[in-house]
Design a binder for this molecule. Structure first.
Ligand code: MTE
Length: 332
């Protein structure tokens, strides 16, 4: 299904509305009684202004309290950044979380996300299917901090300290059978709680997938915290994926199910627009999105743009994963 209405994160940065203009238009349209329709309007849907430092919307952003006594965790020094960390306030107030809306300031709406009870199902081709309480799962995992970059397909980027555990540890816990080739991950489904899920043109719930080789790669990480504290809801509490060599839409938030499969799973965005968003989605500045260049990016909180790097700068770690797959669309 290809929708003609563009999602907020599909809008080239050059076409989004500066925030003061955005807010003025919102006030005007609000007075006209038309604000609810804005989410579907590309010109009004997103704002780069937090990054421009124009105006910040800002009470403190609440975080979850799940296993809070496990934070901060020791930083793993193996992973380094080539740039400064993004300001915490920016990384926690400029988000994509379509379950709560298709605009960037969904952090307020996302406070509706109920984190207790939260169970995580592990099923499919595994020795024994099981359902775990999220807090128990987090407590039994070896938590560490890693500084990673995240490059959104929209061409903005952040660099943040995640806390969490290697996805490989969860795969080992799950004990997949020999026929398992892929790991399918699924976000919660609750349209009463998450109004974005009432939009019937999206194939809810949000689903993502990795090959088992990718899922067991040392860089594939399940984040449960950020900036030394448990994740705030808008960043995907209580647990989300972080695969820094791929476009950000692969890093699925608020996961409730891990399913081991023999066949490649259909994913949320590749179902909506297969010619624009693929299964692999590895970052490559030489391969443009069909509607905009991927050559450079805008780090949140900095003025100007920086060149985008092949595999988002993680090529030395991951290039080997894709040997023999030259016929696959690895970069979309
Ligand atoms: N996961 C879910 N469930 N829903 C989403 O809308 N958006 C994705 C990804 N994970 C998304 C999601 C996209 S497009 C990006 S760029 C990242 O989350 C953004 O993560 P952040 O908001 O923590 O920076």
């Amino acid at each position: 299904m290809l929708l003609r209405v563009r999602r907020g994160w599909e809008i080239p940065e050059s076409r989004v509305t500066p925030e003061p203009l955005y807010w003025n238009r919102r006030r005007l349209l609000g007075a006209m009684g038309t604000v609810p329709a804005l989410a579907a309007s590309p010109a009004l849907a997103a704002s780069p202004a937090l990054a421009m430092g124009v105006r910040r919307v800002q009470p403190a952003v609440p975080e979850s309290d799940i296993a809070a006594d496990r934070y901060p965790a020791a930083r793993n020094p193996r992973y380094r950044l080539d740039r400064p960390l993004t300001d915490r306030e920016l990384a926690t107030t400029y988000n994509n979380f379509y379950e709560f809306g298709s605009y960037k300031q969904i952090w307020k709406a996302a406070q509706e996300l109920k984190l207790r009870p939260w169970t995580v199902t592990i099923d499919g081709l595994v020795e024994r299917e099981r359902v775990l309480d999220a807090e128990d799962l987090i407590r039994r995992m070896p938590l560490e901090e890693r500084v990673y970059r995240l490059r959104c397909v929209e061409a903005w980027s952040i660099a943040v300290p995640w806390t969490g555990f290697p996805l490989r540890a969860l795969v080992e816990l799950a004990r997949p059978l020999s026929g398992a080739k892929y790991l399918r991950m699924e976000t919660f489904l609750d349209p009463d709680m998450a109004p974005g899920q009432r939009a019937s043109w999206y194939p809810w719930p949000y689903v993502e997938g990795l090959t088992l080789a990718e899922a067991t790669h040392e860089l594939a990480f399940i984040a449960t915290g950020i900036y030394g504290r448990p994740l705030p809801r808008q960043n995907g509490a209580p647990l989300r994926l972080a695969v820094p060599w791929k476009y950000g839409f692969k890093s699925i938030k608020s996961i409730v199910r891990f399913t081991f499969t023999a066949d490649r799973p259909d994913t949320f965005w590749s179902t909506i627009a297969p010619q624009e968003y693929g299964f692999w989605a590895n970052v490559n500045p030489e391969v443009p999105h069909p509607r905009w260049s991927q050559r450079d990016e805008r780090p949140l909180g900095r003025s100007g743009r920086v060149p985008t790097l092949l595999f988002n700068g993680y090529g030395e770690f991951v290039a080997g994963l894709y040997e023999g797959l030259a016929d696959e669309p690895l970069f979309m």
